[in-house]
Design a protein around this ligand. Structure first.
Ligand code: NAD
Ligand code: ZN
Length: 253
């Protein structure tokens, strides 16, 4: 057996034996669904400049720039469908092999694939939220109205600023979600960290917390990450084929 096949066997064995496995995902799990990640060449930040949260709150031009970027990116999200990696994680949760998914993603593809226990650290791009009264609205017709008027919309309920329900740079992460995620990591015996460059904190700290609390750590990512040295296994390969291969090695119920 070559080395990479042996590593897949190890991971399948660990997952089959695990009592409390947790997945942690980043943008890389959705590139095979056609959504670019942020840091690869051609990724979002090679084309767009981030709008900081304070600027969004303070400055109408910044709000316009934000809405322009989000409306352009929305096409990637609305056409995207879950890929075999999302599907494998949903199946493992249904089979009782996985507690759930902690994700940095904002595309709701885990939920579309059938995952039920999903902790969204960075919110969702599939809804609009009011910054004042926290009311939520569907993307449409607000996005179309913005594209026609070039005027960032305000909340129909209270007049507050409306923004996609994602966490912007400079905006605090949802505390309760982060605490729940940290609890999952402390209780995990296996952490599968996938499709993340693991450079954005505090999210990237979570796999480190799991490993520190005694979980086996598996990192599956095309590129190396700053946590590779802590991992029990590192797989540098595409996620769809890799999770499909691990799934095929699991014992059938
Ligand atoms: P990142 O762009 O920093 O890292 C993605 C990593 O995934 C890279 O290291 C890349 O090598 C790897 N990768 C890409 N495609 C892969 C594949 N098919 N198989 C295996 N590895 C693959 O992403 P991040 O760490 O998630 O951080 C970026 C932030 O961007 C996140 O916080 C997230 O909120 C946001 N984001 C989300 C989406 C989404 O929801 N789909 C898309 C872009 C950015
Ligand atoms: Zn409001």
């Amino acid at each position: 057996m070559d080395e990479s096949a042996a590593v897949l066997q190890d991971v399948a064995r660990w997952l089959a034996a695990s009592q409390c496995a947790v997945a942690f995902t980043g943008a890389g799990i959705s590139t095979e669904s056609g959504i670019p990640d942020f840091r690869s060449p051609g990724g979002f930040w090679s084309v767009n400049r981030p709008v900081m949260f304070d600027d969004f709150c303070r400055d109408r031009d910044a709000r316009k720039e934000y809405w322009r970027q989000k409306c352009a990116a929305a096409r990637d999200y609305s056409d995207a469908r879950p890929n075999p990696a999302h599907e494998a994680l949903a199946r493992w949760e249904t089979q009782g092999r996985l507690r759930g998914v902690i994700t940095q993603n904002i595309d709701e593809l885990h939920q579309q694939a059938g995952s039920r226990n999903v902790l969204e650290l960075h919110g969702t791009a599939c809804k609009i939220a009011c910054l004042d009264c926290a009311a939520r609205f569907p993307l449409e017709p607000l996005q179309t109205e913005f594209m026609q008027s070039d005027e960032p919309p305000t909340c129909p309920a209270c007049g507050g600023l409306l923004k996609h329900a994602t966490i912007s740079f400079g905006q605090a992460l949802p505390q309760a979600t982060l605490e729940e995620a940290a609890r999952w990591c402390c209780e995990a015996d296996l952490m599968l960290a996938m499709g993340s460059s693991l450079v954005v904190t505090p999210a990237a700290e979570l796999p480190r917390i799991a490993a520190g609390a005694g979980a086996r750590l598996v990192i599956i990512n095309r590129e190396e990450t700053p946590l590779d040295h802590l991992a029990d296994a590192v797989i540098r390969a595409a996620l769809g084929p890799t999770l499909t291969a691990i799934d095929a090695l699991l014992p059938h119920a």
